[in-house]
Write a protein that binds this ligand. Structure first.
Ligand SMILES: [Zn+2]
Ligand SMILES: [Zn+2]
Length: 134
């Protein structure tokens, strides 16, 4: 036989358990915000990192490749001299322009210096900038 007191005691236990669960959930979400917000703020302040260095458009996390704190679209992260596939661990970059190691070495051998590469890179950029808007 349960007395009325027993019944109320059980209700009290259940309520405090639920309170504890809700509180721990709130605390968890609070600590989640606290750990997440600094990186969120940092990425907001360094907004240029979220722009693709090749096409200048915003690179969202899912389609982004980050190399040396510079962001690229996965589709833009390729050799600018022939579109060869490159990976973050196997590429060459000059003045923010990407090359595969093969073409980088080839162009360097052809011209004997990096000046040609820089020139063609800046020409590519100028051409991209002067594309008329549709
Ligand atoms: Zn891009
Ligand atoms: Zn290449």
């Amino acid at each position: 036989m349960y007395s009325k007191f027993d019944y109320e005691w059980r209700i009290f236990i259940v309520r405090s358990l639920m309170c504890y669960l809700v509180l721990s959930l709130i605390l968890k979400s609070l600590s989640w915000f606290q750990t997440r917000s600094p990186s969120k703020a940092a990425s907001m302040f360094s907004g240029t990192q979220e722009k693709c260095a090749t096409c200048g458009k915003t690179a969202y996390p899912l389609e982004k490749v980050t190399v040396e704190s510079q962001a690229y679209h996965k589709s833009c992260f390729k050799c600018s001299h022939g579109g060869c596939p490159i990976t973050p661990s196997n590429y060459a970059a000059l003045e923010g322009i990407l090359y595969c190691k093969h073409h980088f070495a080839q162009l360097f051998k052809e011209k004997g210096s990096y000046n040609h590469l820089i020139k063609s890179a800046s020409m590519k950029r100028a051409a991209a900038a002067s594309v008329p808007e549709a």
